[in-house]
Write a protein that binds this ligand. Structure first.
Ligand SMILES: [Zn+2]
Length: 463
């Protein structure tokens, strides 16, 4: 029952953001089938919490949610990591780049972060492993992509009686074991793609024949996922398997961010791979956000702790951790200027992943211009927003991209363009969300670096 509630809540949150058609249909059922055969699942649930473990059937969608706001967190909190700071493809051969970085990052999360963070991070790895079991992901440049990953009856996916394999006793051995297991899965599902293709491309394809073949791939994917989960839980939850013996705990208060007040602050130990999300203890009761974070089993040493949430200025503070000791911090974030700014990293200066890429901004280049896109801001119909920019570099144009409904429909609204040095630098428009508007993103067209083009941008919900 608990499981149903948790999954229902998560899917409700994802309601606006269901994956595109080009997605391996039965991810949740493959994960569920794998969880059902884990021999030590009760111990895992006792350690991580049943709701977190069962939410893996939703978290295994994470990479198909790239760029999206999923309620208390952004999918990119778990997709963009220092070893993979940009989004990658989900089909062979591009997807091969996912396995080692997400394998190491998920083990780190199981050892050093809270159960909720660990399961979300693990869900990301689970997705990519399951994906290569989809025939059109295993076979390169495969036609009929959508049919070959959706013509399957997900209710038939079960691997009762399968005994999961431990892919290695150490991290390195397990990584090699996983790579080998994935290579087998790719060969298995590529062969299924080649068998199904002549049927699906015939004038009147016999869907039931295709479904039989795709089911073989889904079942094999579930077996590999069971091996993966068994291995990750065995290695990741082994006592004292973390990189050190220090604990860092913190409480955070953050100013209100009306319009997206449930977002959790991000906590990063700068210039290391250690990062996590805080979790709320109370939202909005005192007109702000309150919560806590934890890092366990960290190596002792001196660190720079970075804390950031939308609507607040980033904070950096020094912290020294000692072996076997618990360090407590209390952090109070200062409001952004303007207050309640819903744009993530609004000046482009936060770069904890890689120096040349502002966190949570992505760049696209067309013949016309180089354009930076911010992370999306969720919209509420009828709500009024002040959207603005201070433009530094001449030639820079800043606009709003408003997305509507579930499809890819969107419209652009100009905030401002600075054509000559004499033009003013501050621009602001007022925008009221229409019933179908779901999210907006700020677009900055410039020839150069984002933080050289703008001083800052903002979106503020106004009463
Ligand atoms: Zn995918």
């Amino acid at each position: 029952m608990l499981r149903k509630i948790v999954i229902a809540q998560f899917l409700f949150v994802l309601g606006l953001a269901w994956p595109e058609v080009r997605a391996w249909g039965p991810h949740p059922q493959i994960t569920k089938a794998a969880l059902e055969v884990l021999p030590h699942i009760e111990e895992v649930k006792a350690q991580l919490g049943e709701d977190n473990v069962m939410a893996l059937t939703s978290y295994c969608w994470m990479p198909d949610m790239r760029g999206r706001d999923l309620g208390t967190f952004y999918a990119d909190d778990y997709l963009l990591i220092r070893a993979l700071p940009r989004h990658i493809g989900h089909t062979m051969p591009a997807v091969s780049a996912a396995f080692e970085p997400y394998f190491r990052r998920a083990l780190q999360a199981l050892r050093t972060e809270s159960p909720a963070n660990a399961c979300r991070q693990l869900g990301t790895l689970v997705h990519f492993v399951e994906d290569v079991g989809a025939p059109p992901h295993a076979k390169e440049n495969c036609p009929h992509h959508s049919e070959l990953e959706n013509w399957v009856d997900a209710q038939l996916i079960t691997i009762q009686g399968y005994q999961p394999r431990l892919l290695g006793q150490s991290d390195e051995e397990a990584l090699q074991g996983l790579q080998a297991r994935i290579a087998e899965l790719v060969a298995f599902s590529k062969e299924r793609a080649e068998r199904a293709l002549p049927i699906v491309s015939s004038p009147n394809p016999d869907r039931s024949k295709v479904e039989e073949i795709i089911l073989e791939s889904a079942i094999e994917s579930a077996k590999v996922t069971a091996d993966l989960l068994f291995t990750m839980f065995t290695l990741g939850l082994r006592p004292n398997s973390g990189p050190g013996q220090s604990t860092l705990r913190g409480t955070i208060t953050a100013p209100a961010a009306p319009g997206n007040d449930d977002q959790s602050p991000r906590v990063v130990l700068l210039n290391t791979d250690y990062s996590t999300l805080a979790e709320a203890t109370s939202i909005g009761s005192s007109g702000g956000w309150q919560g806590k974070f934890v890092f366990r089993q960290l190596p002792a040493g001196k660190y720079q702790l970075f804390v950031y949430r939308i609507g607040a200025q980033p904070a950096i503070l020094p912290v020294e951790l000692r072996d076997g000791e618990v360090t407590h911090l209390t952090i109070e974030l200062i409001p952004s200027d303007p207050q309640g700014n819903l744009v993530y990293n609004p000046d482009g200066k936060t770069r904890v992943l890689v120096p040349d890429l502002p966190d949570r901004w992505s760049m696209s280049t067309s013949e016309k211009a180089k354009s930076w896109s911010s992370t999306v801001v969720p919209l509420k119909a009828g709500e009024k927003y002040r959207c603005g920019a201070v433009i530094k570099a001449v030639g820079t144009k800043v606009s709003l991209q408003v997305s509507q409904g579930k499809g890819s429909q969107s419209r652009r609204l100009l905030i401002g363009q600075r054509a000559s040095p004499e033009d003013e630098s501050r621009y602001e428009i007022e925008f009221v969300a229409e019933p179908n508007d779901t999210t907006l993103s700020i677009q900055v067209e410039t020839g150069g670096d984002l933080s050289e083009a703008i001083d800052k941008v903002w979106v503020v919900s106004t009463p």
